[in-house]
Design a protein around this ligand. Sequence first.
Ligand code: ZN
Length: 423
Amino acid sequence: MTRADLVITDIGELATMASEPVPRIGPAMRELGRIPRAAIAIEGDRFVFVGTEARCKREVRLRSGGSRWSAGGGTVVPGFVDPHTHVLFAGDRVAEIDLKIAGASYGEIARRGGGIFQTVRATRRASANELLQSTEARLRRMAAMGTTTCEVKSGYALTPAGELRLLSLIPVLARRTGLRLVPTFLGAQAVPPEYTERPDDYVSALIEKALPAIARDHLADFCDAFCEPGFFNVEQTERLLHAARAVGLGLKVHADEFVRSGGAALAARLGCRSAEHLLESSDGDRRVLASAGVTAVLLPVTPFASFAHSSSPGREMVDAGVPVAVGTDLSPNSWVESIPVVLSHSVYSARLTPAEALTAATVNAAYAIGLSDEAGTIAVGRSADFVAFDVPSADHIPYRFGLTPDRVYRRGVRVPPAGDRAT
Ligand code: ZN
């Protein structure tokens, strides 16, 4: 008999995501490990039972003082994994919407000193406390919408010391919110104004002044770079990523978002863990990503929030055999905190099936940030991170636009709903 201190019964459909292989590729992305009429049991912060309700009745005994909750025939899925966020910033860019509607692109707004550079100025000025408070509030809203694991990029200081300061705040945010946070060094998000004429020198500064400290103090798991004309070219990106690999960091690249920059091909050549955005990638790029096993991290809300004419190539990537993950890309440019909203865009903009979209936001997203062993699946022994929705099957979660979870649990503890400030 298995003892548990929390039992969830009457789950109409449980999508465990718990089968091999990881990451899921092609038709395997539709395998959700569904169990109808299911139950789960938790002891401490781990799942101790995952299976049918009938088996649970026979095999699980609730401890005295433990609690039982009926999901009312609803659906339970793993806690969402957001593999791509720029959540750590100060200020906002609400005024930019008018410029975007008038036809200004992300790059044009940035060249006029706005856009990312406005956020850089606000972030440089902000105290650590201000940054912690505003970012914590965003992370708590993300958690209320079902995110239990989240990547966090630096990238709004654009000086070696400032980037180190941002990275040093991420463990504090993890402690305060209880979220599992994966830090990524994105000092090469843009060339800062001080280096406009000499981007190579900025790359050298990141390599010489930031990477050694990041490695010494374990401040990041990954290094990312914005490989795009007007930002960093392929050679500069490659030089930085080579140096990052040499100090033990995993590699990611913002690739082929505005134009076909060669970022996807670079990611394949370097064997990066992931290439991100990929709006302008070609069939050939998809073939090399597939054969190199690079995960495509797609951010389907971003082109929508940028009034872009393109949409994320989700269908094309899955059909080409590229492992696909999806994330929010939460930033002042595309302020989306909700993975359920991203799931709907993954279907309606990127043309993933609902099942593929769920795989992309759980097991494949965990793979994209190196956490396959800890996050993205519901299985005995795993961290008890899960989300319950009042819908009859997992497919309804992307199908209904921007659904709100019924309940979210992280490490076996219920996450307060949005608006509830109690912790
Ligand atoms: Zn991004």
